[in-house]
Design a protein around this ligand. Sequence first.
Ligand SMILES: Nc1ncnc2c1ncn2[C@@H]1O[C@H](COP(=O)(O)OP(=O)(O)OP(=O)(O)O)[C@@H](O)[C@H]1O
Length: 235
Amino acid sequence: MEKVINIIQGRVEQKKVTVLQDVNVTISSKEFVYLIGKTGSGKSSFLKTLYADLRLVDGQGEVVGYDLNKLKKREIPLLRRKIGIVFQDFQLLTDRSVMKNLFFVMKATGWKKKAIMEQRGLEVLRMVGIEEKAYKMPHELSGGEQQRVSIARALLNNPELILADEPTGNLDPETSGAIMNLLHAIAKEGTAMLMATHDMGLVEKFPGRVLRVEKNTIKEVEAMGNFNPFEVKEF
Ligand SMILES: Nc1ncnc2c1ncn2[C@@H]1O[C@H](COP(=O)(O)OP(=O)(O)OP(=O)(O)O)[C@@H](O)[C@H]1O
């Protein structure tokens, strides 16, 4: 299977302080992978490194075919076009409709023809089950619906990888479950998913590969057989 993330002996800093080191992580297409760990352990920092918002200080890294060490500033938008990013707080533009939120991203990533943009907008909204909300304003939607819009936005450019930072953090358990089903369905279609969460209930309910951030590094959690996310396999 094709590797969408390959980090070898990676090190990540925040303000000159090492947050993660000796990071070795490989993720292939279609995989659904959780990134767990305590608050402040470095989950967001790792995701930021993958979408080139933080530098990979040492080590090698390749994300959707881009070499993180060689990536020039002007190439960052090209990398982000092949990655979908979903945040806990949705990050929708509140002053415009759902469709105009999608247009905003499409324009920024090189789409030009309005009719084609509208067609693609409706298509991704259909994929997440809210096509009928296309012309509503964000505040007219529930939290779960807003998160579906942000997932639709992440899907616009057919990403090879979706990075989701606590995507269910602001949602009630039932809505979280529906969003998890959606994310799993997207991963099955071929988009790799790396999802940071500290909701262990979700990890148990929707099994997947688990990586744990602890002691300034990332470890694979043994998830075979008796699933126990607290059992850590040492490298
Ligand atoms: N912009 C920043 N400037 C300086 N230090 C930062 C910055 N962002 C994060 N840090 C520090 O880096 C470390 C890792 O933070 P990070 O946000 O990656 O953790 P996290 O696991 O995502 O936490 P949470 O679950 O609370 O989101 C923490 O010690 C944090 O204080």
